[in-house]
Design a protein around this ligand. Structure first.
Ligand SMILES: [Zn+2]
Length: 82
């Protein structure tokens, strides 16, 4: 039985203000967001690379996830203009 839940993750481009969104598996997202942080006992957890957490995702979509986590995002167009 598939009980997976999808979450729309948003990131807004810091340069042009364009908003991008990607649908991700909620549980995978939460696991990735928590990775690298301390667990309930104060022990650091291993960091999960975004490409390991979301291996089927395009690089552009991964950038949206990274942007959401980091709080700073550039869209494809603005990356190309750099
Ligand atoms: Zn942009």
């Amino acid at each position: 039985m598939d009980t997976s839940q999808l979450l729309d993750v948003f990131a807004t481009c810091a340069a042009c203000g364009e908003q991008s969104s990607v649908s991700v598996d909620l549980a995978t997202w939460q696991e990735w967001m928590k990775s690298g942080e301390d667990d309930d006992n104060g022990n650091p957890t291993p960091t999960i690379n975004v490409q390991d957490a979301f291996p089927d995702m395009t690089p552009a979509n991964r950038e949206v996830l990274i942007g959401n986590k980091a709080g700073w995002h550039l869209c494809n167009v603005c990356w190309a203009d750099l």
